[in-house]
Each structure stands twice: as structure tokens, then as C-alpha cells.
Design a binder for this molecule. Structure first.
Ligand code: ADP
Length: 500
């Protein structure tokens, strides 16, 4: 066993070798920073493993590797179809290792093993497969201008891309960013969040096994405040793609402005979910429960603000609370019957509890939950919490909580629902429930958000663009739109004989 790996046994009994180095040029290496990150099991608050953490010198080595790989014939001249084949191989390897990867993410993040295995991993695998298919299907255009002139466009990769990802869906967030970047021929330095540093290192092993040339994908762990700026400010980085908090996104935008870097940002939300009185109530309740309570409520698109029409409000609240009590079983993330595991970290746990206290002190009613559920004083468990009697001015109504906490409020007209849904600085997801076809599309058109779910919540598909408006982000990921973020167009003007 090298010093850059450690043998681990997960709580579900699975034994494996965890790499712990920085993955640069297809090799695991020690950080020159002498810094490390220790990953904590959020269920027991005990250490899982310690990995190398990049400082600015390490970031520079990773960026240099990506810069060299960009010009290397093994990548630059690789036919696009072969690029797609490498990606397909990576998807196959992810599939082959999905139980291991789901085990690591459940352990490291606190999400249930069944969610990691049945939601995160399929999403990661299909995203890489989907973009593998695009690798040889992105073309330029020919544009006729004048009878003796024409122009054509070439799609080039943007270059070296720095990708900074969050901890809530460690593997799928990595694949959302790697898929389009690789399909378009870029090279990458990707950094995982310090809370979940483990599974992405196995991804590094699989990237090498799939046959990607050295330096095409470099994977680092590192502290956001140190490795993050070193990536964003590096002069050889051509683009930054980020998913995380709005506060960090603002800092990134400022730093990237120094060299006018291309950026895509996916940030926070306070997504509304509107229930009209003609909705199928059973379905509205089930989807709105999933929309806020799945993944421990740690979802950027969580439909965390539920607006219910007068007349069905009491019925909705009653059924919603019953569903929370029946379905949201909090506990051991390895048990099949568990719906909600611990929050990812002490910091998030404390933050959510502060919001719960703020809701109580501002006078909102706790319909259920509002407590911690630690086992023997350990674990970042919070009971799923439903607030009613909420005012639009309250912090719990306006700010992103990023936990299993929802506010339910009442409205009395379609115009009011739209106005209040849009009364937020965010604009990521949104959902509406009605059986009136005209109203569904009318309201969908009026909502200020990057995504609208009609009669559902949280649907996500690699073929469909994802992103936010207002302070929820810039640019789109996934789908054909996701490719736009990773290629640039060169226009070539051709003169076939027009003389000056
Ligand atoms: P959260 O508050 O949900 O943890 P963050 O925005 O802090 O969200 O983190 C998302 C990602 O951004 C993580 O990978 C983190 O390390 C990184 N990050 C944090 N601060 C910075 C920064 N100043 N510059 C660049 N990246 C950062």
C-alpha cells in the first residue's frame, strides 16, 4: 500500500483501497502545500480518511498539466469519435463500480446508500454517456454572405477549464461538468468540496483506466479559500465553472474579471412550488415532499417555499405533515427504510438549526419537526421541519436554508401566486400543480426561474438544460445548451475572388 492510499472498511462492510493523493497527469501525488483534509462521517462524527489538499503551487502544477495536455497530439488530434469512445468507457467503468462509489458517497456525505445508488450514480453514468454521444456531433456552420464570399465557423474547445463543485451530489456534479468539457475537447482541473473529497479520487482512477491521456483531467482536493482562488486567478485557466453558494459565486465573478475569464455559475435558490386548488392533491403532496425533503433537503433546486391556494390550504398542510411523518424516516443511511440521513457537516447542521430558531422566534408555527435527532449525542441529524403561519418578510421564507425545512403559505389568486413566487432574488427551480392546461403553461411562462416543473418537482435529465436566472446563476449546464458553455466559435471569412 503506497502512502497515497489507505485501506478502508465502510459501515456497510465494503472494503476498498481509497487513493488519497492529488490526481495530476494521471498519477496520484503528494501536495506540496503540506496540507491535508480529513473527511468526517456525518453519522458518527468520526474520521474516515485524510487526503492531500492542494495549495497554490499544486494548483499551478495541475493547471500546467492541463495546459500541456491541451496542446498534446494525443488529445488535440484525437478524432472526436475516439474522444466519445473514451467517455463511453468511463461511463461503463462508473457503472461497473457503482456500488463502491455509492458506498463512498453515502459514507462521506451522509446521504442514504439507496439514494446514492439509485439516483446519484445513474445520473452520473447517463450524463457521461449522453455527452459521449455529442463528442462527434458538434459542428460549425457555413454561412453564405455574397456570391463571391462566404464564411464558415469552427467550434474550438475553450481551453483549460477550472471546475469547482459542491458536496451535495459529489459524483453527479463532477460528471455534469466533465461531460460537456471533455466532449468539446477541453482539458480540466476539477476540485471537489472539502466536505466530500473521497469518491472523486476513485473517478480519477477510472479516468486513467478508461485511457484518457495524462493531464486531460486533473483532480484536486483543496480548501475553497486557498485552492479555489488559485484556480480562478490562474492566468492559464480559460474558463471557470462553479456550483455552490451565491456568496462564493460573487467572489469568483470578481476574481475572474481580472482576466475576463469565461464563467458559468450555478448557485442558490429559494424555489417556489405553487399548488392551485384544482391540483391532484395526492400528487401535489407527494412531489412537494420529495422536492424539499429528499437528499436531506440539500438540493439547490429544492422547492422550499410552498404556496397553496385558499380553499385547499388546510387539506394540503394536513396531508403534507402526514406524509413527512410517514415517509421521512430519519436515521441510519445504510438502512433501506431510511429516507433521511445526517446533514453533511457540523457547519451545515448548525446553520439549519439557526434558521429553525429564527423561524420560531419570528413567530412562524412549527407544524412538525424543528428538533435535532442525534444518537447518543452524535450525528448531524435534524427532524424534517414544516413551518406554517409564515410571513413573506421572515428569514425562513426569504433565505436558502439548504436543509429539510419548508415553509407553507397561502394565496388567493393566480396573480398573487405569480407575484409572490417571483418575489425573490433567486430564480433556479419552480413548480406548479394544476389540472388546468392553459393555466399551467400561462404560469410557467410568467415564473422567473431557469426551470419549471408542471405537476412534479426536481425532474432532471442530462438532455434538458439546467441553470438559473437572477442571483441563481449564469449559463446553463446539461443538454445541448451545456455544450455552448464549453466551446467557442471562430468565424473564418473566405474571399473567392471579390477584388478591392
Ligand atoms: P457551501 O457553503 O455550500 O459549502 P461553497 O460555495 O462554500 O458552498 O462551496 C462550493 C465549492 O466552492 C467548494 O468546492 C468550495 O471549496 C469552493 N469554494 C469556497 N470558497 C471559494 C472561493 N473563495 N473561491 C473558489 N472556490 C471556493
Amino acid at each position: 500500500m503506497s502512502k497515497l492510499s489507505v485501506s478502508l472498511k465502510a459501515p456497510n462492510g465494503r472494503q476498498y483501497v481509497q487513493p488519497t493523493g492529488l490526481f495530476i497527469n494521471n498519477e496520484f501525488v503528494t501536495a506540496k502545500s503540506n496540507k491535508t483534509i480529513t473527511s468526517i462521517d456525518p453519522a458518527t462524527e468520526t474520521e474516515i480518511a485524510t487526503v492531500q489538499a492542494a495549495g497554490s503551487e499544486d494548483v499551478n502544477l495541475a493547471v500546467q498539466a492541463a495546459h500541456k495536455a491541451l496542446k498534446d497530439p494525443s488529445w488535440k488530434l484525437l478524432p472526436a469519435t475516439d474522444r466519445g469512445i473514451l467517455m463511453t468507457r468511463l461511463a461503463d467503468l462508473l457503472e461497473k463500480n457503482k456500488e463502491l462509489l455509492a458506498t463512498i458517497d453515502a459514507w462521506d456525505n451522509g446521504k442514504t446508500y439507496s439514494e446514492a445508488l439509485n439516483t446519484d450514480l445513474p445520473e452520473a453514468i447517463t450524463t457521461i454517456r449522453y455527452y459521449a454521444g455529442w463528442a462527434d456531433k458538434t459542428y460549425g456552420q457555413t454561412i453564405n454572405t455574397d456570391h463571391k464570399k462566404f464564411a464558415y465557423t469552427i467550434r474550438h474547445p475553450i481551453g483549460v477549464v477550472a471546475q469547482i463543485i459542491p458536496w451535495n451530489y459529489p459524483l453527479s456534479m463532477a460528471t455534469w461538468k466533465l461531460g460537456p468539457a471533455l466532449a468539446c475537447g477541453n482539458t480540466v482541473v476539477i476540485k471537489a468540496a472539502e466536505q466530500t473529497p473521497l469518491s472523486i479520487l476513485i473517478l480519477g482512477q477510472l479516468i486513467k483506466e478508461a485511457g484518457f491521456p495524462p493531464g486531460v483531467v486533473n483532480i484536486i482536493n483543496g480548501y475553497g479559500a486557498e485552492a479555489g482562488p488559485a484556480m480562478v486567478e490562474h492566468p492559464l485557466v480559460d474558463k471557470v465553472a462553479f456550483t455552490g453558494s451565491t456568496a462564493t459565486a460573487r467572489q469568483i465573478m470578481k476574481m475572474a474579471s481580472a482576466t475576463l475569464k469565461n464563467i458559468t455559475l450555478e448557485t442558490g435558490g429559494k424555489s417556489p412550488l405553487i399548488v392551485f386548488k384544482d391540483a391532484d392533491m395526492e400528487q401535489a403532496v407527494k412531489w412537494s415532499h420529495l422536492g424539499i425533503m429528499s437528499n436531506q433537503g440539500q438540493i439547490c433546486t429544492a422547492t422550499s417555499r410552498i404556496l397553496v391556494e385558499d380553499g385547499v390550504y388546510d387539506e394540503f398542510v394536513k396531508k403534507f405533515v402526514e406524509t413527512v411523518k410517514d415517509v421521512s424516516k430519519v436515521g441510519d443511511q445504510w438502512e433501506d427504510s431510511t429516507y433521511q440521513g445526517p446533514q453533511v457537516s457540523r457547519q451545515q447542521y448548525d446553520r439549519i438549526l439557526q434558521y429553525i430558531d429564527s423561524g420560531k422566534s419570528e413567530g412562524a408555527q412549527v407544524a412538525t419537526g424543528g428538533e435535532t435527532l442525534q444518537k447518543d449525542g452524535k450525528g448531524f441529524y435534524i427532524s424534517p421541519t414544516v413551518f406554517t403561519e409564515v410571513k413573506d418578510s421572515m428569514k425562513i421564507y426569504r433565505e436558502e436554508i439548504f436543509g429539510p425545512v419548508v415553509v407553507i403559505s397561502k394565496f388567493s389568486s393566480e396573480d398573487e401566486a405569480i407575484r409572490r413566487a417571483n418575489d425573490t432574488t433567486y430564480g433556479l427551480g419552480s413548480a406548479l400543480f394544476t389540472q388546468n392546461l392553459e393555466r399551467a403553461h400561462r404560469v410557467a411562462a410568467e415564473i422567473e426561474a431557469g426551470m419549471v416543473w408542471i405537476n412534479s418537482s426536481q425532474d432532471c435529465d442530462p438532455r434538458v438544460p439546467f441553470g438559473g436566472v437572477k442571483m441563481s446563476g449564469i449559463g446553463r449546464e446539461l443538454g445541448e445548451a451545456g455544450l455552448e458553455a464549453y466551446s467557442q466559435i471562430k468565424a473564418v471569412h473566405v474571399n473567392m475572388g471579390n477584388k478591392l
